[in-house]
Ligand binder design. Structure first.
Ligand SMILES: Cc1cc2nc3c(=O)[nH]c(=O)nc-3n(C[C@H](O)[C@H](O)[C@H](O)COP(=O)(O)OP(=O)(O)OC[C@H]3O[C@@H](n4cnc5c(N)ncnc54)[C@H](O)[C@@H]3O)c2cc1C
Length: 303
C-alpha cells in the first residue's frame, strides 16, 4: 500500500464523533475541505483497496468496538459551510442541518423547517433521506454535488433513489455540497414554526442523552396496525430494558441510550433482544435504522 496523502491521521478515535459515543478507532482519518481534496483521498483509498466511511454528525452511526480498518472522512471548512444565494441555500455536505434551518428562517425562507430537530449534517440527511413533521427533503432539495474518486458530478433528487430512510448513495460517493430551493416567507413566522417544533420534540423525546435517535425503522407490516417501532418495543416490554451500559430510554422506547460506559456490543445485544421480543409478541421483524461502520456483529439484527 502506498502511504496516505499528507494530513491523514492514523488510529483516530471515532466514539467522540458519534452521538452514542461508542466504538473504536479508524485506521486512517482526514478532514477534506474541498471537492478536489476529497476526490484525492477517495482515489488513494481505491488504490490502497481499503474501505471508506463518511461521518457527518454521527447521529445515526454505530461504530464497531474494534474500529474501522479503512479511511474515515469528515467534511470541513467550505465543505461544512452555509451560504445564501437569493432564495436558495447552498450548504456543504458537512453543514449542520439545524443550523441550515435556522439560517433559512433568519433569511425569511421556508421549506427547511423540518431539519431543526434532526441533529445531523446535510450530507447525512441526504444519504438517510431524513425527515420529520411531514417535511420532505426531496421537495426542497434542488441538487447535490456528489464526489467520488473520479471527480464531482451534480445529481438531482430523482436520481438519488430516495425511499424510507435510504438513498442509493454508495459508501464511496460523498455529498460534497447541496442546494435547497426555498420559498420566501416572513422571518418571524418561520422562526416561530422552528420554536414550536423544538418544543414539541422536547416533550416527546429524551434530550441530553447519548443516543442515535430512532433505533429501528417504523415497520411496513400490516400486523403492526400502524404502530410505530417505539410503540411495539414498549408493548413488548422494552422500555427501560438494559444490557451492560445500554438501555432503551424510559421516555421513548425506540431510543437506545448510552448510560456512560456502553460498548457497541452492549448496544447491539440490546437491539437484538428488543427485536426478538417484538418478533415473539407480534411476529414483526424490526429493521435497524442506524448505520454501521466497521465489523459490527449484526447477526441478531437480521431476519
Ligand atoms: C436525538 C436524535 C433525533 C433524531 N431525529 C431524527 C428525525 O426526526 N428524523 C430523521 O430522519 N432522523 C433523525 N435522527 C437520525 C439522524 O440525525 C439522521 O439520520 C441524520 O440525517 C444523520 O446525519 P449525520 O450527519 O449525523 O450522519 P451520520 O450519522 O454521521 O452518518 C449516517 C450515514 O450517512 C452517511 N453520510 C454522512 N455524511 C455523508 C456525506 N456527506 N455524504 C455521503 N454520506 C454521508 C454516513 O456514511 C452514514 O452511512 C435523529 C438522531 C438523534 C440522535
Amino acid at each position: 500500500m502506498t502511504g496516505p496523502p499528507a494530513g491523514v491521521e492514523r488510529d483516530y478515535p471515532l466514539a467522540r464523533l458519534t452521538t452514542i459515543r461508542t466504538g473504536g478507532p479508524a485506521d486512517f482519518f482526514a478532514r477534506p475541505d474541498s471537492p478536489e481534496r476529497l476526490s484525492e483521498l477517495l482515489a488513494w483509498a481505491d488504490a490502497a483497496e481499503i474501505p471508506v466511511g463518511v461521518v457527518g454528525s454521527g447521529s445515526n452511526l454505530l461504530v464497531a468496538d474494534e474500529g474501522f480498518r479503512g479511511l474515515v472522512l469528515k467534511l470541513d471548512g467550505p465543505l461544512a459551510g452555509i451560504e445564501l444565494d437569493g432564495g436558495r441555500l447552498l450548504c456543504g455536505g458537512g453543514a449542520r442541518l439545524p443550523q441550515a434551518s435556522a439560517r433559512a428562517a433568519r433569511a425569511g425562507l421556508s421549506g427547511l423547517e423540518f431539519g431543526v430537530n434532526i441533529p445531523g449534517t446535510v450530507g447525512g440527511a441526504v444519504k438517510m433521506n431524513a425527515n420529520a413533521y411531514g417535511g420532505d427533503l426531496a421537495r426542497v432539495l434542488e441538487w447535490v454535488d456528489v464526489t467520488t474518486a473520479d471527480g464531482t458530478e451534480r445529481r438531482h433528487p430523482e436520481e438519488l433513489g430516495f425511499r424510507y430512510r435510504r438513498s442509493n448513495l454508495g459508501p464511496r460517493e460523498v455529498v460534497a455540497r447541496a442546494a435547497f430551493a426555498l420559498s420566501p416567507a416572513e422571518p418571524e413566522s418561520v422562526k416561530s414554526a422552528l420554536a414550536e417544533m423544538r418544543a414539541s420534540r422536547k416533550a416527546a423525546q429524551p434530550s441530553g442523552i447519548k443516543t442515535f435517535g430512532s433505533t429501528f425503522k417504523n415497520p411496513d407490516d400490516a400486523r403492526a396496525e400502524g404502530s410505530t417501532a417505539g410503540v411495539l418495543l414498549d408493548r413488548a416490554g422494552c422500555r427501560g430494558l438494559t444490557v451492560g451500559g445500554a438501555r432503551f430510554s424510559e421516555k421513548h422506547a425506540n431510543f437506545v441510550e448510552n448510560m456512560g460506559e456502553a460498548t457497541t456490543a452492549d448496544v447491539v445485544a440490546l437491539m437484538a433482544e428488543g427485536r426478538r421480543r417484538v418478533r415473539e409478541r407480534f411476529g414483526i421483524e424490526l429493521e435497524p435504522e442506524v448505520e454501521f461502520l466497521g465489523e459490527v456483529d449484526a447477526a441478531g439484527l437480521r431476519p
